[in-house]
Design a protein. Structure first.
Lengths: 511, 498
């Protein structure tokens, strides 16, 4: 590991946003926002530089303070982390620009909320730290940083609904963190190491390991809002301010998914069974159906979009049954692993772009109408064609129609499903698409209908509409470099790996 | 792959780029918008003609872009695709003229013309797709780009029709997706015309291949309006006349029918499809749809609805021809792509002219309309005779070849279906002609539009005359080189040589 090229970039990716966040605290309203925006753009720029550096030099590491692990902290930026960091930067930069104009437009009515900026920068630092961390305790710290800043952001508006939802969010986040920490303590107790790489080698199968796997998975699933632990997500995401909703759905929930994916493939191999993979896949399939159905039933735009997140996160869990191989199947002979990984990465990216765009559009509509009841969206296509276009494109990506990023994800997922012979997952994927078409077009359909009653449409800055449209377009553009991106990711050790299980009944059958 | 050329991309861009530009214009910039549209349409026709000439000289045009491992975006010009591309680009030009006239002074024209252009981009994309995945991409793009057109008027009626349209087409797309992924997993990426792959799998995986064939057929059958998947077509009649023309002649139903031809001949190959006995169910379904659509058409008083059921019927000629093994019937199927297109678009233009000029939407209101609008109804009459199958009009040629092919293949029952359909066509079309030409007008009517000395606006009149004459010419000059028939014949012969 130490022969990998070192670079200060990984440390800067965490340090710069923290520095800028701290700096912004010294300023008042306007200045805080300005420092915050500059901090965001710098962090995004730095992320792209780091991404380019990884494409050029391969995996980068940075050892904080020069202390070797396990004493010191090692930050490791492999291609998979680079893709997640790059995605965070792209989505984050767009949302920051949107937030700048969004808060400016509402300054006169007391809607400036300058605290958004430091909180968002702390959140960003947490996310980057999460993608770069290589040991379980650091991951816990980053989860906490993310969780606390996310909850604070969610209640930023101070509205009663947001406070209630935020309280639930906080309780769920704490429960998830505690479960995770408990599992980490168990692992540390039995192996004496927290480093992911060392842990993967040192871990022995046994009841303690299985129990640790169980509680860690449970904790991370709560934080990723996986079915049936999704209850906190729709109220929290829908009651937040528009840029916050976008951040929470596009980025925050992806962080814990990233950890789950890494731990399952890198650490817990020894105690995983085929049944465990199937079970988590079942949770995913249920989330796809249930979340989409709930989204279809909502009467408020932001709740539709929030419930849709539950469904879209479900697709992510559906790659686990493909990664955890049936007994006797070796990773070398499983030709669907690369498809499954590509599906996962593309689902993360497509959802990040499309969902943030959708939430930003919802924010635009609320700004124009003062509320987001779906039946009032009549005539929207004439009033705000750009926003309807953005919602249409984002919706198409959520449905998974070509040539969107969502299509690439569904194509790869379905391909993996068929190649692995686990055809029973296919109906959930297709039903999810149909239901998504249902809830997306229920909105668009009204947008084309003529106005029923007289409504006042307040003007909305064009810049806001443009950002939402660009994000929606981005959910399509990510398809074009797919070939390059997959090749890049395949140089990552973890990408395309699978979990070989020993014999049926190697664990206790439960996770 | 062959030499890379950007010409196929340019053909797509000639409608896609104007569409994007139109979206950025203001609603009131109608002159610039019309210019962009017509420029794109003329450019597309010219490019297709250029590529056509090149293909005749034996040149090959292909464009390949790797999206992901085993997932490539491929455009490749072959004769069959070019045949379809020529049809859509020529009819797009005509329909653009018509739409500019039809929508003059209407609302939301920016959106309309932009999506109109996207729709044709999708149709030509389908025509030029080199592999199954690219076909699927454009097939779905077509669904999405037609939706805003179907709901264009924004009335509750239109919005509900749009919902029905989406349920059918998205459902069909999902089933097609399943089939396409399944085929991809089973046989790898399939390029059109490379039927060896499937042929080599027939003995090993007959069940899977059969299931996949019918999944894909069902997905394509939605757009091709094969019974029982035709329900969206009559309901979508609420759309404006140029959109109906687009749905019925240029793009949507043609995409389905074209896809079926591709599926049978260029993906599975006629031999493999015959071995697995896949074609008999298709032939029976198509034959039933032909008769069913005609019978339904008899009972419609709404002008456009009668035309819609007639489309359901006529379109299945293509499926029927594709399902009968033999050069002659395949020729009939392929040539009917074009013949049905020009005849049906004439009919919809005529119906649109009558509705726009006098406000008549029901057949019972058409008494004496022929005297007021002789050119429109003259073109309509040509199209009707063609649909019935009277020589020397285009439709006769199609039916003649389908019939000959059926006899050649020993499927004599098909001839009965064709004759029955002709009788039914006559039964539902001739009353319209009778009313139009031989009945006295019920009352004096004043045109709702400025018509000048002509029977209707000039932009509405020119297209219908052009397509009416084309329907006649396609039949009269069928034996000449370069006619749709001779090209279709060449394509069919090539399909069987492979």
């Amino acid at each position: 590991m130490t022969d990998l090229p070192t670079s200060p970039l990984p440390a800067l990716l965490v340090g710069l946003p923290i520095l800028m966040a701290t700096l912004s605290l010294f300023f008042r309203t306007r200045g805080k926002a300005l420092v915050g925006l500059v901090g965001c753009l710098l962090t995004a720029g730095l992320s792209f530089i780091a991404f380019a550096e990884v494409t050029r030099r391969g995996t980068l590491i940075h050892i904080l303070g020069g202390w070797d692990p396990p004493l010191g902290i090692l930050l490791r930026m492999d291609p998979l982390a680079a893709v997640f960091i790059g995605m965070t930067a792209a989505v984050g930069a767009f949302i920051s620009l949107y937030a700048w104009w969004y808060f400016r437009a509402q300054e006169s009515t007391g809607g400036a909320f300058p605290l958004f900026w430091p909180l968002w920068l702390f959140l960003w630092a947490g996310l980057n730290g999460l993608f770069l961390s290589n040991d379980l305790f650091n991951l816990f710290v980053t989860i906490e940083v993310i969780g606390i800043s996310a909850v604070a952001l969610a209640v930023l508006s101070g509205k009663v609904a947001a406070l209630f939802a935020g309280l639930r969010y906080l309780l769920a986040a704490i429960a998830g963190s505690m479960a995770y920490l408990f599992g980490v303590a168990l692992l540390y107790g039995s192996t004496g190491t927290l480093d992911i790489g060392l842990l993967g080698q040192a871990l022995e199968p046994g009841p303690a390991t299985t129990f640790a796997l169980l509680v860690i998975t449970l904790g991370l699933m709560i934080k990723t809002a996986s079915f049936p632990f999704h209850f906190w997500l729709p109220p929290a995401h829908s009651s937040a301010l528009a840029p916050v909703s976008a951040l929470l759905s596009a980025l925050v929930v992806k962080g814990t998914f990233y950890i789950l994916l890494r731990l399952w493939t890198e650490v817990f191999g020894v105690s995983l069974t085929f049944a465990a993979g199937q079970l988590i896949g079942l949770a995913g399939a249920a989330a796809v159906i249930w979340g989409s159905w709930q989204a279809f039933m909502q009467t408020n735009l932001k709740l539709v979009v929030a419930h849709s997140s539950v469904a879209q996160l479900g697709y992510l869990l559906m790659i686990f049954p493909l990664l955890v191989l049936a007994p006797g199947v070796t990773a070398g002979s499983a030709d669907w692993l690369s498809s499954a990984w590509t599906a996962g990465v593309y689902q993360v990216m497509a959802h990040a772009f499309a969902k943030s765009s959708f939430f930003l559009s919802a924010g635009i509509i609320i700004m124009a109408l003062g509320h987001d009841r779906i039946e009032s969206l009549r005539d929207l296509a004439t009033r705000m064609p750009m926003t309807v276009m953005a919602m249409g494109l984002a919706g198409v990506s959520l449905i998974g129609l070509p040539p969107s990023g969502g299509f690439m994800a569904k194509w790869m997922l379905l391909k993996g499903i068929f190649l692995s012979g686990q055809w029973w997952w296919a109906p959930a994927v297709l039903a999810g698409s149909m239901l998504a078409a249902g809830y997306v077009f229920r909105i668009l359909r009204l947008a084309f209908a003529p106005a029923a009653e007289k409504q006042t449409w307040r003007p909305v800055p064009v810049a806001l509409q443009l950002v939402a449209l660009l994000l929606a377009l981005a959910s399509f553009l990510i398809v074009f470099p797919a070939d390059y991106l997959v090749q890049f990711l395949e140089s990552s050790k973890i990408f395309g790996s699978g979990v070989e299980t020993i014999v049926e009944g190697g664990g206790d059958g439960n996770y | 792959m062959e030499t890379t050329s950007i010409l196929p991309l340019l053909i797509l861009g000639s409608s896609f780029i104007p569409g994007i530009l139109i979206l950025t214009l203001r609603e009131d910039q109608s002159a610039l918008r019309s210019f962009l549209n017509l420029f794109g349409a003329v450019a597309k026709v010219s490019l297709v003609a250029w590529v056509f000439a090149g293909t005749m000289r034996g040149e090959e045009y292909a464009f390949l872009f790797r999206l992901a491992p085993e997932l490539s975006f491929s455009l490749r010009v072959d004769q069959l695709g070019l045949f379809f591309a020529s049809l859509s680009s020529v009819l797009w030009l005509v329909t653009t003229l018509y739409a500019i006239g039809y929508l003059e002074g209407g609302k939301n024209r920016r959106r309309f013309f932009a999506f109109f252009s996207f729709c044709v981009t999708a149709a030509t994309g389908i025509a030029l797709s080199g592999n199954v995945i690219t076909f699927f991409i454009f097939y779905e793009f077509l669904t999405l780009s037609t939706y805003p057109l179907v709901v264009h008027s924004g009335t509750d009626h239109a919005v509900n029709a749009g919902r029905t349209y989406l349920w059918y087409t998205i459902g069909g797309g999902t089933v097609l997706f399943l089939g396409v992924v399944g085929l991809h997993v089973l046989a790898g990426p399939i390029y059109f015309g490379q039927t060896e792959m499937i042929a080599s799998l027939v003995s090993e995986h007959p069940t899977q291949l059969t299931i996949l064939f019918f999944l894909m057929l069902a997905g394509l059958g939605v757009k091709a309006a094969i019974f029982p998947l035709h329900g969206w077509l009559p309901i979508s009649m609420v759309a404006p006349a140029p959109v109906s023309a687009l749905l019925h002649a240029v793009a949507v139903v043609k995409a389905g029918a074209f896809g079926i031809i591709r599926l049978v001949y260029d993906v599975y190959g006629i031999d493999a499809a015959g071995q697995m006995n896949l074609l008999t169910p298709l032939a029976i379904l198509a034959a039933f749809t032909i008769l069913y659509g005609s019978v339904q058409a008899l009972f419609q008083d709404d002008f456009k609805k009668r035309l819609a059921f007639s489309t359901v019927s006529q379109l299945s000629y293509i499926g029927l021809g594709a399902a009968i093994v033999g050069v002659l019937s395949t020729t009939g199927a392929i040539v009917h792509l074009v013949h049905q297109g020009i005849m049906k678009i004439t009919m919809f233009f005529a119906a649109g002219n009558v509705a726009e000029t006098y406000g008549y939407k029901k057949i019972s209101e058409l008494n004496g309309i022929g005297r007021r609008m002789p050119l429109t109804m003259g073109a309509f009459t040509i199209a009707v005779f063609g649909m019935i199958g009277l020589p020397p009009i285009a439709g006769f040629i199609s039916k003649w070849y389908l019939g000959l092919g059926a006899v050649e293949a020993g499927s004599h029952w098909v001839v009965l279906v064709l004759l029955g359909s002709s009788a039914l066509n006559a039964a539902y079309f001739l009353p319209i002609l009778y009313r139009a030409w031989f009945c006295e007008p019920d009352h004096e009517a004043v045109p709702r539009r400025r018509t000048g000395r002509l029977e209707t606006q000039v932009l509405l009149l020119i297209p219908v005359v052009i397509t009416g004459l084309l329907s006649l010419a396609a039949g009269v000059f069928a034996a000449m080189a370069g006619s749709p028939l001779s090209i279709a014949r060449e394509i069919a012969e090539r399909l069987y040589l492979l």
